[in-house]
Design a protein around this ligand. Structure first.
Ligand SMILES: [Ca+2]
Ligand SMILES: [Ca+2]
Length: 480
């Protein structure tokens, strides 16, 4: 692990966490190294509105029939979050509600980890307070501790349930008295869910449909249609704290894949596989294999699995690595991949063929945008030719050929152009060329087919080049 990288990568998480109170850890389940990454002990005088919304549902409505959600029923008191329910006459949404209630949701979306609250639930007929989680749209839904004061205290129950990504409902109800202080824990990992009450495992779900994308937390008071004066009002759903723990990602992504796109001028586009438990990625770049690496763009955090390095300079080689991160830590680096930024030749990806080719070095390798792949003839015989079909007649301005071992070898060649793949005219004749290095030839021609006829090589090697880049009429400098 590169400490410089680790520190840089943590920056995004620390900024994200600014202002959050970190308590002493409680007791997440054993067997993993849990780190507290977000907690609210509700110790202040006002709910931290940078972290929580309240007084309405996350999507804006205040209707929670038979209750009207009102802001004054959500407040902090005695280091607790209080969600109150009242009976009365509450006007809203064009009607009158017989009850009011509190409602709060996390502005932060979470994925994976161990979540815990310590809470007292209100008893009474018709009570329906809940700790639960949603995502934009539905499913999924986690019901972590949803209380029903349905039929008197003897038959009150707590619901622990999930609607998974397939809207499959998996529910358990636990009869009991939840009016005292208890801790309610929920462990969410790749392909599994666990519910806990007072540290005791009460429910487990294992399924490939367990959600893997971030969701937000809801703490809500509520009532069903059976609530009446006998329920007892006002009453209170009281939460001492909310805590969220995570484990660090341990597996790095695989080596990034380089994508060459026609628009990649002074750019390198990368993608990589997602890592379970990661909510962002750190992309680092070096100008030599093995580093030192410079971290790119971590201030915002890369939450997707793609990145375009727009600070690359054409024709320079760069070496990229990616690590996976969440608020708990950073994985080791992925394997390294080399990439080169190119201007946009009009030949990249077009159909190519050749007089012959060596196994593993097909004609399409010479216009795939990669300096790691090459076309090589099948043997040392000459002449050989490589040809690309540009798809239509184009104005042609420049042809750059990146020969194999160009620093030691010189190749002799002609560049020929055709509109019909039958009648070719020679537009560049370098059959007398004796210099080393890549070649860049300016021309003024039009054609659909461009053929490189390799007529010889000074060291007896086979006809071979990494790229033949054909530029149109507006091509700029040689870029060599
Ligand atoms: Ca507290
Ligand atoms: Ca190539």
């Amino acid at each position: 692990m590169n400490n410089h990288l680790l520190n840089k990568c943590f920056c995004a998480g620390v900024l994200f966490c600014a202002g959050i109170f970190f308590s002493a850890p409680a007791a997440p389940p054993p067997g993993q190294t849990w780190n507290l990454v977000w907690a609210d002990e509700f110790n202040g005088t006002n709910l931290d509105t940078s972290q929580w919304g309240y007084g309405k549902k996350q999507w804006g409505t205040t209707d929670n029939k038979p209750c009207l959600i009102v802001p004054e029923d959500t407040y902090l008191e005695h280091s607790n979050l209080v969600l109150r329910s009242r009976m009365g006459s509450f006007a809203g949404n064009g009607k009158t509600y017989p009850f009011s209630c509190g409602w709060a949701w996390s502005k932060r979306w979470l994925a994976y980890g161990y979540l815990e609250i310590r809470a007292q639930y209100p008893a009474g007929k018709g009570q329906w307070p809940a700790w639960w989680m949603l995502r934009k749209g539905w499913p999924p839904e986690f019901d972590i501790a949803e209380f029903r004061g349905a039929r008197g205290t003897d038959s009150d129950y707590m619901t622990q349930a999930v609607y998974d990504e397939a809207a499959k409902w998996n529910s358990t109800t636990l009869a009991g008295d939840y009016a005292g202080w208890h801790t309610y824990g929920f462990e969410w990992g790749p392909g599994y869910l666990k519910w806990f009450i007072d540290g005791k495992l009460t429910k487990t779900v294992v399924s490939s449909k367990v959600p893997a994308q971030p969701m937000y937390v809801i703490l809500s008071a509520g009532l069903d249609g059976t609530a009446d004066a006998s329920t007892g009002f006002p009453n209170y759903f009281v939460i001492d704290y909310f805590r969220w723990y995570q484990v660090s990602p341990t597996d790095p992504p695989g080596a990034p894949t380089i994508h060459h796109r026609p628009s990649d001028n002074n750019q390198v586009a990368l993608s990589w596989n997602a890592v379970m438990g990661a909510n962002r990625y750190c992309i680092s770049r070096a100008t030599a294999s093995g580093g030192p690496y410079t971290v790119l763009a971590t201030n915002t955090g890369i939450t997707q699995t793609t990145y375009t390095d727009s600070s690359a300079v054409n024709f320079l080689n760069y070496f990229y690595v990616v690590s996976a991160a969440n608020d708990s830590g950073v994985s080791p680096n992925s394997p390294e991949v080399m990439a080169t930024a190119f201007p946009a030749p009009i030949s990249v990806g077009k159909p190519a063929t050749a007089s012959s080719y060596e196994s593993g070095h097909a004609p399409s390798n010479a216009n795939d945008g990669s300096l790691l792949s090459r076309w090589t003839a099948a043997d040392s015989g000459y002449p050989q030719w490589w040809r690309v079909d540009l798809g239509s007649v184009q104005k042609l301005r420049r042809v750059v050929i990146r020969w194999e071992k160009s620093a030691q070898w010189s190749y002799q060649y002609r560049i020929e152009v055709s509109t019909n793949d039958v009648d070719y005219i020679t537009v560049v004749d370098q059959t007398g060329w004796s210099a080393n290095g890549n070649s860049a030839d300016l021309l003024t021609a039009s054609g659909r087919y461009v053929r490189v006829a390799v007529t010889g090589q000074d060291k007896g090697g086979w006809a071979s080049f990494y790229e033949c880049e054909i530029f149109g009429a507006n091509a700029g400098s040689d870029g060599l």
